[in-house]
Design a protein around this ligand. Structure first.
Ligand SMILES: CC(C)(COP(=O)(O)OP(=O)(O)OC[C@H]1O[C@@H](n2cnc3c(N)ncnc32)[C@H](O)[C@@H]1O)[C@@H](O)C(=O)NCCC(=O)NCCS
Ligand SMILES: Nc1ncnc2c1ncn2[C@@H]1O[C@H](COP(=O)(O)OP(=O)(O)OP(=O)(O)O)[C@@H](O)[C@H]1O
Length: 201
């Protein structure tokens, strides 16, 4: 356990903006990264987790035979129903934050990255917020390529349910623009990594 826990860099942006792509670039530089979606998935898969049981009670149609949660069903519910979305986040947030906090305390680097599209919804223990920016059209096209089984209506509805691009930008300490190549991603990440290392080492 680290006496002084690492600083938390929150890496956020709308669906398909390129958060995971930037997270991989930070990881390549030795920065530990955690993905809130992946933590939410570990909760969904654990039938005995109290949050999973609570979600299964709230959305019984999303419960699989083994007591875990069927994410596709859950996504089709929350993507069209803002109240269901709020309820899902209300239940999951404390479970995800507890896992992220526990993981952070076990890292030994000056800073770590928390990746989440929903980071702006709540007060997080963020030292800085880094927003990945891309146009809505570019994001929709990238998600369609990455998730061929998602309908375009679902993607559009998730984009509409998330914060508008301007709101993410308004709350950013730093912004990266993901409208170029993967080399551009790596170059922007390296520049930021030098700044964060100077700031937090
Ligand atoms: C809805 C779920 C089951 C869909 O899972 P699935 O594997 O199909 O998609 P995945 O997790 O990869 O999410 C893809 C993207 O959808 C967007 N998204 C996911 N959940 C939400 C949401 N509740 N509201 C808006 N956008 C969301 C994000 O941009 C995310 O990166 C899952 O995303 C989920 O549980 N979301 C809630 C997450 C949450 O509330 N986390 C706690 C806050 S930190
Ligand atoms: N600069 C880029 N050049 C080429 N492809 C890219 C670039 N950035 C992202 N992509 C691709 O676009 C898709 C979406 O990117 P990514 O998964 O990083 O976004 P995300 O913000 O993490 O999405 P989500 O919110 O859905 O988790 C991925 O398939 C990724 O490989």
């Amino acid at each position: 356990m680290n006496a002084t826990p690492p600083k938390v860099l929150v890496l956020t942006g709308g669906i398909g903006s390129g958060k995971s792509t930037f997270a991989r670039a930070f990881e390549a530089l030795g920065v530990p990264c955690i993905d809130a979606d992946a933590l939410a998935r570990t909760v969904h898969q654990d039938a005995s987790h109290p949050a999973t049981m609570q979600i299964a009670r709230a959305f019984p149609q999303a419960m699989a035979a083994d007591g875990s949660l069927a994410r596709g069903t859950l996504r089709s519910i929350f993507a069209v129903d803002p109240a269901a979305n709020e309820e899902l986040k209300r239940i999951l947030r404390p479970a995800v934050l507890a896992l992220a906090d526990d993981w952070t305390r076990r890292q030994q680097t000056p800073y770590v990255v928390w990746e989440s599209a929903l980071a702006m919804d709540q007060a997080l223990p963020a030292a800085r917020v880094l927003v990945v920016d891309a146009t809505d059209q570019m994001r929709a096209a990238r998600v369609a390529l990455r998730n061929p089984d998602w309908t375009s209506a679902q993607v559009a509805s998730i984009i509409a349910m998330q914060l508008p691009r301007a709101d993410y930008l308004a709350r950013a300490d730093d912004v990266v623009h993901n409208d170029g190549t993967l080399d551009d991603v790596r170059a922007q990440t390296l520049q930021l990594h030098h700044r964060y290392t100077d700031l937090w080492s």
